[in-house]
Design a protein around this ligand. Structure first.
Ligand code: ZN
Length: 296
């Protein structure tokens, strides 16, 4: 839909600056886009994607479809038994190949919530990815802890699915496994990725759906706050990227994006020097999933 980049560019940029998905004010009027034009795998129309997600979530809520926040939190702890996970391969992909292959496994997770400032419904975005072929998606546990009426997942092709339940999770590791009722394309999981390995992230920073960033795995360490294993990467991400897959060059998941930590030169937090991207190691996810991996 190139025309949007031309005649409607100003409109689109204007809308992006005041998306209804952020609790920024004044809150915008609902957008009127009624078409969804995701041209797989590249041309993402943020306004149409978000409008569709917002509309579908409202429809699901009206029909009473989907799990409540309480139900999801209740389900999001403990092991998940899955029959089989896809085996990682040795085939290195260049970044265009990696994006084309992995983006269909990545979902926008939208949480519909009543805005306390304008008393309208907004949608808060996070990221999730498929780990099985039958609808199990992984995201951060803290995504389920935010305020929402119900959650939905939008795929790259624009379909919106209700999140019908949580099947397990590890709040301490910041992982949750939720279900949508759909066939999904799972990403393989690969443990032991070394510091220095190239990585890429596909996520939705501040609603910029399906953004690809790249970097390296820059550190493996025990978190100062609780001693749990963590890894940091140099690939960029931001609010909205929570739950995104950190991919190695074969397209296997080596971590899950979770937190950013801003490092300042001064105590007044005025001189920003560096933003650390702290991720959950995939080993915590593998430990959460009781599964056989790959063909027997
Ligand atoms: Zn509002």
């Amino acid at each position: 839909m190139r025309f949007l980049l031309g005649a409607l560019l100003g409109l689109v940029l204007g809308a992006l600056a005041t998306l209804p998905l952020l609790p920024r004010h004044p809150c915008p009027d609902p957008l009127s886009a009624d078409t969804l034009c995701l041209q797989h795998p590249v041309d993402v129309e943020d306004v149409a994607v978000q409008e569709r997600l917002s509309r579908e979530l409202a429809s699901l809520a009206e029909r009473g479809i989907g799990a409540s926040r309480e139900e999801l939190l209740a389900g999001a702890s403990g092991h998940v038994t899955v029959e089989r996970l896809p085996a990682p391969t040795d085939e290195s992909l260049d970044l265009p190949e990696l994006y084309a292959r992995c983006a269909p496994s990545v979902y926008l997770l939208g949480g519909r919530y009543l805005c306390p400032n304008c008393e309208r419904w907004h949608v808060r975005i996070a990221t999730a990815f498929a780990v099985t072929d039958d609808g199990l998606l992984v995201t951060n546990h803290h995504v389920l802890e935010t305020d929402y009426e119900l959650l939905g997942a939008s795929s790259l092709d624009g379909r919106v699915y209700s999140v019908v339940g949580a099947e397990g999770g590890d709040p301490e590791a910041d992982l949750a496994v939720v279900r949508i009722e759909a066939a999904t394309e799972p990403l393989p999981l690969k443990s032991g990725s070394p510091v220095g390995a190239p990585v890429a992230v596909i996520s939705h920073p501040r609603q910029r759906a399906y953004t690809l960033t790249e970097g390296i795995l820059s550190r493996r360490y025990a978190r100062a706050r609780d001693g749990r294993p963590a890894l940091s990467i140099t690939a960029e991400y931001a609010v909205g990227s929570s739950g995104a897959p950190v991919l190695d060059e074969t397209g296997a998941v080596v971590g899950v994006a979770a937190v950013t930590q801003a490092l300042y030169a001064d105590e007044e937090e005025r001189r920003l020097q560096m933003v650390v991207k702290e991720c959950v190691p995939v080993e915590a996810l593998i430990a959460l999933l009781d599964a056989t991996q790959g063909p027997p």
